[in-house]
Design a protein around this ligand. Structure first.
Ligand SMILES: [Zn+2]
Length: 253
């Protein structure tokens, strides 16, 4: 299995990282893709990627919740890192209208710029969208050059929104939220085509039931796969199998 989205460098995880990674390995996880947050998370992410190059795969971008007055400076620092090492995706980027709407305009500009990086560098775009899914899908649709690829991470939209998101050619990442009792995502998850679903934890956030509220970690990935299997009336092994194939296709592994 591949955890396509985990913030392994977060304080909650980094203090036990050796244990967490060996437990993830024992669970059958071969790679973990790490989205960046802002300029303050870069060093910790690089250190992990250097220490565990086989498992921990860094990606680079500015998270929409951290787009503030200084976003242009942040973006130019973040972009300069692309000259110095290899990244496996542009992320996480997108729009978030849930926490704070002060910088919505700036969020859109930052998103646009990072979509262009993904397009020019031919790297998957890792999209964060909260209370902003329709705008996010619209921006991807109009930017779709025919070669843009990526994932709507933590997708929890309606079937109609899923259809539109799939029309962009992107993958949909499913995580702990699908296991939440009040999530009501069964029909949408059952509707998705097998070749467009990715597994993710978003650790340390959004731990799946019955660990909800605790620190999330990559070893909980099978709990999410099991729930997806239940919703789609498929075995957990089958879900693990096709989601791994999808992740390898997206990340060109
Ligand atoms: Zn994230």
């Amino acid at each position: 299995m591949i955890d396509t989205h985990a913030h392994l460098y977060a304080d909650e995880l980094i203090k036990d990282i050796d244990t967490l990674l060996s437990e993830a390995k024992e669970t059958g996880i071969s790679q973990i893709f790490m989205p960046n947050i802002d300029i303050s998370s870069i060093d910790a992410m690089h250190q992990l990627a250097d220490k565990y190059p086989e498992i921990c795969k860094p990606m680079m971008g500015l998270h929409p919740c951290y787009v503030k007055e200084d976003y242009a400076d942040q973006l130019s620092i973040i972009r300069s890192h692309y000259q110095t090492r290899e990244y496996h995706g542009v992320g996480e980027v997108g729009l978030d209208y849930y926490w704070d709407k002060t910088f919505v305009n700036e969020q859109k500009l930052a998103f646009e710029e990072q979509i262009a990086w993904s397009d020019s560098d031919q790297l998957p775009l890792i999209i964060h969208s909260r209370e902003s899914l329709d705008d996010t899908i619209d921006m991807i649709s109009s930017a779709q050059s025919g070669r843009l690829t990526g994932v709507f991470h933590c997708f929890n939209g309606s079937i109609a929104q899923a259809r539109k998101a799939l029309d962009t050619g992107f993958y949909l990442g499913l995580g702990g939220v699908v296991t939440f009792k009040n999530a009501k995502l069964d029909e949408m998850v059952a509707y998705l085509p097998e070749d467009r679903i990715l597994l993710e934890t978003d650790a340390p956030y959004l731990a799946p039931h019955p660990y909800r509220g605790k620190t999330n970690q990559s070893k909980y990935l099978p709990v999410i796969a099991q729930k997806i299997g239940d919703m789609r009336q498929q075995s957990v092994e089958l879900v693990m199998d096709y989601t791994s194939v999808n992740a390898k296709r997206l990340f060109k592994m």
